[in-house]
Design a protein around this ligand. Structure first.
Ligand SMILES: CC(C)C(=O)/C=C\C(C(=O)O)=C(\O)C(=O)O
Ligand SMILES: [Fe+2]
Length: 284
């Protein structure tokens, strides 16, 4: 069994790196850690980076997860190969770019690019963004799936994720005590559907709502409150149609053994208990 510790970063291709960078700093509220070789590395917390925009196909998305050590990474590689997922071992240059000790890359059953990383670097420098969105850190992703049941089995049976709740067939899965780190959303394609950053207070969510709305950034869901994790949220669109989420107040699952996933109906009130509804282009 592969043991995921946490989500580490996302890598998003873009044809307009300057535009992506100005959105990430001026609207989303991230800090530039470094720019290198047609890529920009951005911080949202004490990690060296949690988002990388690179010059490339806007459909090319990767999500990285941290595993304990190199021994676990080798075991993960063997497990994945045995199950028919070809594994790429990160070269020293690729590891340097990601600021990790080692990593492997593979595709999940839908075809999503996944990386498992060992020892992602932290920074002694405090995360300090030019726009104060109140971000406390990168926290979870929504991932497309072409078969929710099959992919739920992959993430739970191969990667040891646990289902915290389901909305219809959408599993919200945790890899640590946080309510969810991966949400699967049915689609006919692979890719990341949304990237979540936690913010400090509900005031930050509402301040950002006004800030983004006044600047014509498309708000695609919220402000609202998820009945599942209890989080207050706002979803909006960034470069290349990527959806970003701010949320605050995500539950922690403290009783790991005693927690049973709740089944919510696939209906608007399961997504927002304040009555907000997702825009038609919330999912691509
Ligand atoms: C759009 C997603 C699937 C959603 O609304 C589900 C719930 C939550 C939550 O409970 O916090 C999310 O943030 C999420 O899955 O992204
Ligand atoms: Fe989310």
């Amino acid at each position: 069994m592969i043991e995921l510790k946490d989500v580490s970063y996302v890598r998003l291709g873009t044809r307009d790196l300057d535009d992506a960078l100005s959105f990430a700093t001026g609207y989303l509220g991230l800090e530039v850690a470094e720019t290198a070789r047609n890529a920009a590395y951005l911080r949202s917390d004490d990690r060296a980076h949690t988002l990388c925009y690179f010059d490339g196909d806007p459909e090319d998305h990767t999500v990285g997860f941290e595993v304990e050590d190199e021994e676990n990474l080798q075991l993960a590689a063997a497990t994945l190969e045995r199950l028919g997922h070809p594994v790429h071992a990160g070269t020293p240059e690729e590891c340097d770019l990601r600021k990790v000790k080692a990593f492997i890359g593979f595709r999940d059953p839908t075809g999503n690019h996944i990386e498992l990383v060992v020892r992602p670097e932290r920074s002694g420098k405090r995360y300090f963004a030019t726009r104060d969105a109140g971000i406390t850190g990168f926290s979870h992703i929504g991932l497309y799936t072409t078969d929710p049941s099959r992919d739920e089995r992959f993430w739970t049976e191969v990667c040891n994720a646990k289902v915290s709740d389901r909305i219809g067939d959408i599993p919200l899965m945790r890899v640590n005590e946080i309510h969810h780190t991966i949400a699967l959303l049915a689609s006919d394609r692979a890719g990341i559907q949304h990237v979540n950053h936690q913010v400090q207070t509900s005031d930050d969510v509402m301040r950002s709502y006004n800030f983004l709305h006044e600047r014509n950034v498309p708000i695609v869901f919220g402000p609202g409150r998820h009945p599942t994790s209890g989080a207050r949220f706002l979803y909006f669109k960034g470069p290349d149609g990527m959806v970003f989420e701010y949320s605050v107040g995500v539950d922690a699952i403290e009783d790991e053994e005693g927690h049973n996933p709740r089944q919510f109906g696939f209906e608007p009130s399961s997504f927002c208990k304040w009555g907000s509804k997702p825009a038609a282009d919330f999912r691509r």
